[in-house]
Design a protein around this ligand. Structure first.
Ligand code: ZN
Length: 97
């Protein structure tokens, strides 16, 4: 199974600011699609595949329903196509700045 459970378009797509912040986080894989994400102000738990938990326990995801930086950190470690193919757009933005 891959990350088909995440509806990127419904969640506003891959946000470049969140993606940039996700690159500084550390993800420890603790199970299938499950990560403990550290390196931010608080540690968070991400569960990519289980439908019985929220994908992430942070406010950005729970309250705004966005794909937060923690989920992106986990998706990067899963080799998610949608997130990986967004990296060139992030790099282009860095070069343009
Ligand atoms: Zn989160």
């Amino acid at each position: 199974m891959n990350s088909a459970l995440i509806d990127f378009d419904a969640a506003g797509g891959v946000d470049l600011d969140r993606l940039e912040r996700s690159l500084g986080l550390r993800g420890e894989r603790v199970g299938i699609g499950r990560y403990r994400v550290t390196g931010g102000a608080h540690d968070h738990w991400v569960d990519l595949y289980s439908a019985s938990h929220p994908r992430c326990d942070c406010g950005d995801h729970l309250w705004r329903d966005r794909i937060c930086k923690h989920i992106m950190a986990a998706l990067l470690r899963e080799g998610n196509e949608r997130v990986l193919t967004t990296l060139p757009r992030l790099l282009a933005r860095v070069h343009a700045a």
